[in-house]
Write a protein that binds this ligand. Structure first.
Ligand SMILES: NC(=O)c1ccc[n+]([C@@H]2O[C@H](COP(=O)([O-])OP(=O)(O)OC[C@H]3O[C@@H](n4cnc5c(N)ncnc54)[C@H](OP(=O)(O)O)[C@@H]3O)[C@@H](O)[C@H]2O)c1
Length: 325
């Protein structure tokens, strides 16, 4: 597995998102033993950039990652997030990036992860109530204390990124980016490149859709987060299948799987891009990490870049309101 730099932080160029092991998708939390095996297999394959958040569960995903990393903490670049859980009593789904909340959040994450430092600590969503300078200042203080090593933002717009970076260097921005979600190319990506900030695409497999394995949502559990996602509902879902079909056609030509092609296209966007595909299965972490060795031709990259836009937003309105666009 190759390594790249996000800012000055070296990571494996394909990481592992652990959210779905405990939260959001069908099967979450049903087989922690396989999830732990998946994390261990990832490390053995050189996939050493792990992504979690206090919000996932909440808390149970960090606990799982902490258990999996017992005795292997120094083999990974560990990233987690704060700001979508208010510790002042309001709980999950409440934005709070106040310095007081961050100081509580970081202690919980360190404890659950079983570590004395977090390598990359992201704000999960921008909090309009708290000037980003205050948030970045609190994070800079945690860096000085050695509790975190690098800071990041998620779904932040260009102005927020600039303002935070002026207080303390931002190492990476984690935002949704994939073959069917390309909104950040126009305004965010140029700023990241200007400032030397890395990009960590989340949901790089389109929450599973781009793998071609999801032909219907009938098999989703009742609490699967995708039931509320406009791209997976009604006519949009049917319309979007042509995107999955086209990825499948390119994959057949490239001698790779659709998941690998979706990841290889992201890798082709630059050496400052480190996607974090999510899976809770050993076989799939093997498949996804092998995308590092898939070379797409310029023609294949062009065909993928020219896919029709997805039908439907990436989130319901309540989720979109929390994202800077
Ligand atoms: N910052 C944010 O706001 C934010 C938001 C969402 C996600 N994230 C992070 O990004 C990570 C990745 O995103 P994601 O998990 O939402 O979406 P994703 O990586 O696009 O897709 C994950 C889904 O695809 C399935 N899958 C994975 N590999 C596959 C393969 N080779 N073939 C077929 N299906 C496959 C997984 O199922 P199985 O698990 O059953 O394999 C899972 O349902 C998360 O784990 C999380 O750490 C961050």
């Amino acid at each position: 597995m190759k390594r790249i730099l996000l800012g000055d932080l070296e990571v494996s160029r394909i990481g592992l998102g652990t959210m779905g092991m405990s939260y959001a998708y069908t099967g979450a939390g049903t087989d922690d033993a396989e999830s732990v095996r998946t994390i261990h297999r990832a490390l053995d394959l050189g996939v050493t950039f792990l992504d979690t958040a206090e919000f996932y569960g909440p808390y149970t995903n960090e606990e799982l990652v902490g258990r999996a990393l017992k005795g292997r903490r120094d083999q990974v670049v560990l990233a987690t997030k704060f700001g979508l859980v208010s510790h002042a009593g309001d709980g999950p789904w409440n934005l709070d990036s106040s310095p007081a909340n961050i100081r509580v959040a970081v202690e919980g994450s360190l404890r659950r992860l079983g570590t004395d430092h977090i390598d990359l600590y992201y704000q999960h969503r921008v909090d309009p109530k708290v000037p980003i300078e205050e948030t970045a200042g609190a994070l800079a203080e945690l860096v000085r204390q050695g509790k975190i090593r690098h800071i990041g933002l998620s779904e932040a717009g260009p102005e927020t990124i600039r303002r935070a970076h002026a207080v303390h260097p931002v190492t990476a921005v984690q935002s949704e980016y994939s073959l069917w979600t390309r909104g950040l190319e126009e305004r965010v990506l140029p700023v990241l490149r200007e400032l030397g900030i890395g990009l960590v695409p989340f949901s790089p497999l389109g929450r599973g859709f781009l793998t071609g394995k999801i032909r219907s949502t009938d098999g989703f559990a009742e609490d699967d987060f995708r039931h509320g996602n406009p791209r997976f509902t009604g006519d949009n879902f049917r319309l979007n299948l042509r995107i999955a079909d086209e990825v499948e056609a390119v994959a057949a030509e490239a001698g790779a799987t659709p998941a690998q092609v979706a990841l290889a296209w992201l890798l082709a966007q630059g050496d400052d891009v480190a996607p974090i595909p999510g899976t809770k299965r050993v076989g799939r972490v093997e498949e996804n990490s092998a995308a590092d060795g898939v070379r797409l031709t310029p023609g294949q990259i062009g065909r993928l870049s020219g896919l029709p836009p997805a039908a439907g937003d990436t989130h319901p309105e309540s989720g979109l309101r929390m994202m800077e666009r």
